[in-house]
Write a protein that binds this ligand. Structure first.
Ligand SMILES: Cc1cc2nc3c(=O)[nH]c(=O)nc-3n(C[C@H](O)[C@H](O)[C@H](O)COP(=O)(O)OP(=O)(O)OC[C@H]3O[C@@H](n4cnc5c(N)ncnc54)[C@H](O)[C@@H]3O)c2cc1C
Length: 507
């Protein structure tokens, strides 16, 4: 194999697959491979957020998750008697600024299968049963050694960008000598997926079970599937604990054995770790290779998809518009603190469950821990990076996600219109945008769109109407974060000049 690739992606999990398709869309020549033959079969991700759906919309792949998921009515914490501790957070019918419902519980074997089929039908070169064993980097090129795990045949491949999407035990991370910061939440849990013959009596609210005898989680996933998760103690015998007989016992408060089939079960150690570096030269870590957290927020894979969205447009724009490295260097700056928030808050929910279970009086659970409950579901803006003056700033909305333009009919979503914003930078306003010739030429050269939003689209959308000031012009990045907006103190010329220098546009 002596083809030179623009990008090589190691690992075809949900994050690597998504990244491969994003880079393909940017026009890059991509090789993506996995050491396994097929998709992962054990129970893992179930929850896709509103932003997750919006990100997949970039590739018109949101339907894969929509048709294989059900939206729960809400989420809450319950005590040993399955009584709610405080009010559950009800989300039924809610449409967020991203244009989708906040929680969508999918069946991963179905979604991973469809994503794999998309990849196999894409223009990416795909290899399975091939393992990365070594790589070196020299003068902006990465030379990788890949082994066929069946024949031990060695292949040498060259690329400009090497992307490690190779999960928790990442070889790319190891070969780069990147250490991990451990945030010290390591607990064993069992994950049980059931096929329930009649699920009509089961709750449609996801619950964190704060039972002092054993904490757990129940998730109403895509019907007829349901998920339960339980903590395993150090003195539990894992084999006995995972037996069907014990699973019947664990599930008995909800269902009797003749009401379901045990579909899949797995024991995981939930960790909370963060790679010290997310990038070295032209080599990047995305997904679980960069960060791992307990799944209580349902945000691990989402965090990986955010990495992929962030990195793919930067690699794509550098490749397509000959921009300098400053764009790529912003990947870690933007993504690492954001991923750290998710790791910390995911483990925070675990600690809150333990506190609710073991504090005799619920009122005595410290408020800072209670805040780790569903308050942590408010995902923060990005902080530093490719933003006006390099920093997020609420006064011009830089660092915030721009709401998705949505058409409503009779207060129902009729059409989601992110396509209006396109896949590169976009200038958006309620009124016509006037540009100088130079500005216009620069924006055209980097493939930007200039958009005047339809009055109805702004006024019928509560998020859009409350976030977009009448007389401002917003610059939206390809990943839909706001670069910045004009204000009384910031002119459009200043905004565009700053954008030029931050993305390294020199022609
Ligand atoms: C019980 C549980 C529940 C979860 N629930 C959710 C949830 O509801 N929502 C959510 O967003 N996240 C959830 N997560 C987290 C989510 O599953 C992970 O974040 C996600 O799978 C990470 O995807 P990835 O593609 O980065 O890594 P992986 O899915 O681990 O994929 C890595 C791939 O790399 C391959 N690989 C490894 N080494 C090599 C090598 N040397 N050469 C070639 N290939 C290699 C592997 O075979 C694998 O296919 C959950 C996790 C668990 C354990």
């Amino acid at each position: 194999m002596d083809i030179k690739y623009d990008a090589i992606i190691v690992g075809l999990g949900p994050v690597g697959s998504f990244m491969a398709l994003l880079l393909e869309k940017q026009g890059l020549k991509v090789l993506a491979f996995d050491k396994e033959k097929d998709i992962y079969q054990l129970p893992r991700a179930v929850s896709m957020s509103d932003q997750g759906l919006r990100m997949h919309q970039t590739l018109n792949l949101e339907d894969i998750y929509i048709r294989n998921s059900d939206a729960p009515e809400g989420a809450g914490f319950v005590d040993a008697n399955l009584e709610f501790i405080g009010d559950p957070l009800m989300v039924k019918g809610l449409v967020t600024p991203n244009g989708w419902g906040p929680l969508n519980m999918f069946h991963q074997p179905y979604t991973d299968r469809e994503m794999r089929d998309k990849l196999l039908n894409s223009s990416c070169d795909i290899l399975v049963e091939h393992e990365l064993v070594a790589f070196t980097e020299e003068s902006g090129e990465v030379f990788s050694t890949i082994k066929d795990v069946n024949t031990n045949e060695i292949k040498k491949v060259t690329c400009t960008y090497l992307i490690g999407a190779d999960g928790a035990n990442s070889k790319v991370r190891e070969l780069n000598g990147i250490e991990q910061e451990d945030l010290n939440y390591d607990r064993n849990w069992i994950i049980i997926d059931l096929e329930v013959f009649d699920d009509s009596d089961l709750s449609k609210i996801a619950i964190q079970i704060c039972d002092p005898k054993r904490i757990g989680t129940y998730i109403p996933t895509h019907s007829p599937f349901k998920r339960w998760e339980f903590e395993i103690f150090e003195d539990d015998n894992i084999e006995e604990f995972s037996s069907d007989a014990n699973i019947h016992k664990l599930i008995s408060p909800w269902l009797q054995p003749d009401q379901y089939k045990i579909l899949r079960k797995a024991v995981y150690q939930f960790n909370s770790v963060l790679a010290n570096e997310f990038q070295k030269d032209n080599c990047f870590l995305i997904g679980d290779s960069a960060h791992q957290n307990p799944p209580f927020m349902g945000e691990g894979m989402m965090t990986g998809c955010r990495d992929a969205m962030n990195l793919s447009w930067k690699i794509g724009m550098k490749h397509n518009y000959a921009l300098d490295r400053s764009l790529l260097n912003s990947y870690q700056v933007e993504r690492k603190p954001h991923a750290k928030f998710i790791v910390e808050n995911s483990l925070g929910i675990g600690l809150l469950m333990e506190a609710y279970a073991h504090t005799p009086n619920i009122e005595d659970v410290p408020p800072e821990l209670v805040m780790k409950g569903y308050a942590s579901f408010v995902i923060p803006p990005l902080d530093e990076g490719i933003f006006f003056k390099g920093k997020s700033d609420p006064s011009n909305m830089s660092g915030e996600l721009f709401p998705q333009p949505v058409k409503y009919i009779d207060e129902q979503v009729a059409e989601r219109c992110d396509y209006l914003l396109g896949n590169n930078f976009a200038l958006v306003s309620r009124s016509k945008i006037k540009l100088s010739d130079d500005e216009s030429s620069f924006l055209t050269k980097i493939g930007s769109k200039i958009i005047t939003l339809d009055k109805d689209m702004v006024e019928s959308n509560i998020w859009m109407s409350s976030m977009i000031a009448e007389d401002r012009i917003y610059i939206i990045r390809p990943d839909k974060y706001v670069f910045g907006s004009t204000t009384e103190d910031i002119s459009l010329a200043e905004l565009i000049q700053d954008l030029k220098s931050r993305i390294g546009f020199n022609n």
